[in-house]
Design a protein. Structure first.
Length: 276
């Protein structure tokens, strides 16, 4: 039997054979007994405001359109936006077995803090440990049922909540979302390095806000400057899964709560990197 170390007496010799050393997934939480999730894919970013939720929902829609059973865990606890994008309102049902996610019109199961708060406008004024514990509960207490893919919309950065998600959930891989700005190399590398430290594969990078297409002449206008994502991806040895423009139709659908009608073909390359 593997021995277990204690934080007060841990050293090189005492840790030989320690279950935590030999099992890096020992911090994972048990899945809800009424759930069977085959693959967990995280969507991450090194900073906020790059369209991470938009990419999460786009990936979920693409997989659902292909006939897979899909769910979205909105782990961005202080900035939840997934329910609004799909027009989901009200409180999620719960009983002695757990919490039941709401379902979008295209069959995606969604759980978000906005579905358990008194109102959508109620602010989440919680400290880090409570936020992180909520993510754990979205895994242990939510009845996801049978899912092929659970997409996790992570909060930006590398703090408590992303760390808890990486450690507590069996994440098969992550998609990094970024934008074409000067800071992009540093921002992408922060997210990439965190995934590597957590021993989670990076499936690829999506660039958002890549350009705007002129409605008159069709020219691509680089609002945020020239893209450097190809060279960064080559340096990190990961694929670019798509370069998404600023698209008024997509934004309007998200604002109207009808994002279920969108199949985002700008990121079709992501289909080929999803875990099987």
């Amino acid at each position: 039997m593997a021995k277990e170390c204690s934080s007060t007496s841990c050293n090189k010799s005492s840790c030989e054979g320690c279950e935590h050393k030999n099992n890096p997934q020992s911090l994972q939480e048990a899945m809800n007994v009424f759930s069977e999730v085959k693959h967990v894919v995280g969507v991450v970013s090194g900073k906020g405001g790059v369209g991470k939720s938009f990419v999460t929902a786009s990936l979920a829609n693409r997989m659902a359109a292909k006939g897979f059973k899909v769910g979205i865990m909105d782990a961005d606890i202080t900035g939840p936006s997934i329910p609004k994008m799909y027009g989901l309102h009200g409180a999620a049902h719960a009983d002695d077995n757990g919490i039941y996610p709401m379902e979008t019109k295209n069959g995606i199961k969604v759980m978000s803090v906005n579905l358990v708060l008194p109102t959508e406008e109620t602010p989440v004024i919680w400290r880090g440990p409570i936020l992180a514990n909520m993510v754990k509960q979205f895994w242990t207490d939510v009845i996801w049922g049978d899912l092929d893919y659970l997409f996790v919309d992570m909060p930006p950065g590398t703090g408590d909540v992303p760390l808890t998600a990486f450690q507590s959930l069996p994440v098969d891989g992550v998609v990094i979302v970024t934008s074409p700005q000067d800071l992009v190399r540093m921002i992408v590398k922060k997210a990439f390095n965190m995934a590597e430290m957590m021993k989670v594969p990076v499936l690829g990078i999506v660039e958002n806000y890549s350009y705007v297409t002129c409605p008159d002449c069709g020219k691509q206008i680089k609002v945020f400057g020239e893209s450097h994502i190809d060279e960064i991806a080559a340096e990190l040895k990961v694929p670019v899964l798509g370069k998404m423009p600023i698209d008024k139709e997509y934004a309007s659908k998200a604002d109207a709560g009808t994002f279920d009608e969108i199949v985002n073909n700008y990121i079709e390359a992501a289909d080929g990197v999803m875990p099987q």
